[in-house]
Design a protein around this ligand. Sequence first.
Ligand code: ATP
Ligand code: FE
Length: 335
Amino acid sequence: IYILGIESSCDDTAASVIYNGRILSNVVASQKIHEAYGGVVPELASRAHQQNIVPVVHQAIEKAGIKKEQLNAIAFTKGPGLMGSLLVGTSFAKSLAYGLNIPLIDVNHMQGHILAHFIDEDGFEKPPFPFLAMTISGGHTQIVKVENYFDMTVIGETIDDAVGEAFDKSGKILGLGYPAGPEIDRRAALGNPKAFQFTKPKVDGLNFSFSGFKTAVLYFIQREVKANPNFIEENLNDICASIQYTIIGILIDKLKLATKQTGIKHIAIGGGVSANSGIRNALKDGEQKFGWTTYIPKFEFTTDNAAMIAIVGYLKYLEGDFAEQDVVASARLKI
Ligand code: ATP
Ligand code: FE
């Protein structure tokens, strides 16, 4: 079964062709234009999707070495995401499916991040059900209890900012470029994680909050810079290490609580922030310390991509779960 996946929920235009569970192509066009604005500008994103979608889909089919007539179905991201961005992928997927007279499959982007673990990839083990999925990205922070492919429940999520925003906004305060996550990660490896203390937000249960953390970083930096104008330059690696250490502590605390509450010890992570080396190390350490097993997907399947949309499409195809031509994008689609 050949499935074409199309992803356009935020600022990456992506297309992928999979044959049964295996990836034949995985093309992503990232939009550089937003860097100048320090964040994604929705209007610019949807315009760039319009420019990218035809070449990106074309490339994905070509790289897969097939003809579009061989496709069995087209899967696309229905939501959640930016409405203007989602509309581009949705309308394109609809017209292509209509033109080829093949089924259309709507996919929830967050389920995609989780089910990316079921892509057949040598050297990567699939998590057994039930497992806990922690999706950490620029737009989301969730812990999901996954009983089966399509039986999943969000048991914790952020009540304000996402963890990626905690990285990016802290980085902005420090004068780093956007997105700042990767640079904080790089610098953190060179700094002392205990150099500075930031209090962790107090949020009951399995929910997260990161907006107070960002403010704490801001006030701390303002205070220190007042005393020493060169404070940031002189301590940048230590500041990054301390920020990252605090964020990792918040995530690990919640995971510990989640494993305790559910009795589930298989943990799968996804989303762009799961690229963070400190988080990966802390999860691995937890295997000995807390007796859990962790599943970390291949990097290209953690950030926004269309292979994860295609794999959900494939799983839905097997169940005969198709969408109609009047399906609409949904910016706030829930799991
Ligand atoms: P969503 O997936 O919620 O729609 P998104 O498009 O922002 O949102 P991703 O592309 O999955 O999500 O992730 C981008 C985020 O990941 C950014 O906030 C970026 O700073 C962060 N990030 C990427 N690499 C790292 C890293 N090594 N350490 C920390 N954060 C990182
Ligand atoms: Fe995403």
